[in-house]
Design a protein around this ligand. Structure first.
Ligand code: PXG
Length: 312
């Protein structure tokens, strides 16, 4: 009996430690249990949103377009004069190490570089050591029914940040512009917010880029409108060009949206998702379009071949 209890106790300990050590977080060179992965309340990433990040996907041990994500991360850092403690190669190694530690073949990877610990003033010179952390987790997509039926979105009153104030090309930790827009969408009981530019042109959603299909042509707002140059967006444009579709980056209006044949959104988390209603108005017949579905299929093929391979 005593022996049985002892075995039970040991296996319980094993279970607990397995659960506690469940998720490993990369933090400044170390892999830590989730509960031990902590940064200072004086970190300017937290105090001022002073930092940059990336959201990356891996599909069956292939990190989709990792090189492009790394480039964008280091461009964002350069734009805010933040020097990464890791080289680009070192960052790739750290990402792979995190995926391996968590035994993840399919994952959503969040890479964050913060300005680091400083004092209560804004001055970034007080922050001597930028922090890097990497979280690799399972991905939360929109519920499957939205991919089948399509999303309902709204244009919202909150305008996209202007390039001259804070370039939307910088993937910074300051996402309040996007969150304000998302709140406005949620308050109207729709899934996503489409932000316009100061002049009322179509810009982008809170975490996704937008595309329209008109005839056999694919249209999307140009980067100078103040959008994040999405990596999924670029992949879709590559696919369309390969399929001999006309693709154009343009200044688009709500008129273009309401007269489009198809509308869809692209993003690392959402991939490609059809939009069937905007501002309460049905797009075309209110059903996901054929070109959207073909592009979605082609994108899925690309995620099997276009990226950085690792093994567990
Ligand atoms: N625009 C913005 C403003 C974004 O934040 C995209 C476009 C799409 O870019 P990619 O490279 O992913 O195709 C993003 C994506 C989420 C989430 O949970 C998405 C993003 C950031 C944070 C969370 O969906 N960025």
């Amino acid at each position: 009996m005593a022996r049985y209890q002892k075995i039970k106790k040991i296996s319980k300990q094993r279970f607990n430690s397995a659960r506690e050590t469940g998720m490993k977080i990369y933090l400044n060179g170390r892999l830590l249990d989730k509960s031990d992965a902590k940064i200072s309340v004086f970190d300017h990433g937290l105090l001022y949103g002073d930092g940059v990040f990336e959201g990356i996907r891996s599909y069956n041990c292939l990190i989709f377009r990792l090189k492009d994500h790394i480039e964008r991360l280091y461009n964002s850092a350069a734009a805010i004069m933040l020097e990464s403690p890791l080289s680009k190669e070192g960052m790739v190694e750290a990402i792979v190490k995190t995926l391996k530690a968590n035994k993840l073949k399919d994952a959503y990877i969040r890479v964050v570089i913060t300005r680091g610990e400083g004092d209560l003033g804004l001055d970034p010179r007080k922050c001597k050591n930028p922090s890097i952390f990497i979280i690799a987790d399972k991905i939360a997509l929109y519920p499957e029914e939205f991919y089948k039926k399509g999303l309902e979105i709204n244009t919202v009153p909150t305008r996209r940040n202007i390039n001259e104030a804070l370039s939307p090309q910088i993937k910074s930790l300051n996402y309040l512009n996007n969150i304000m827009a998302k709140l406005e969408a949620i308050n109207c009981k729709v899934e996503e917010a489409l932000m316009l530019t100061q002049d009322g042109y179509l810009c982008e959603c809170s975490g996704d880029n937008i595309f329209l299909v008109k005839g056999s042509k694919l249209l999307t707002p140009q980067t100078s409108m103040g959008i994040l140059a999405g990596i999924t967006r670029a992949a879709i444009m590559d696919i369309a060009v390969k399929r001999n579709m006309a693709v154009s980056e343009a200044m688009l209006t709500r008129y273009d949206l309401f007269s489009a044949d198809e509308v869809f959104l692209t993003g690392t988390a959402a991939e490609i998702i059809p939009v069937v209603k905007i501002d309460g108005r049905r797009i075309n017949n209110g059903k996901p379009g054929n070109i959207t579905l073909v592009l979605k299929e082609e994108f899925s093929k690309l995620t099997k071949i276009d990226g950085y391979r690792y093994s567990l």
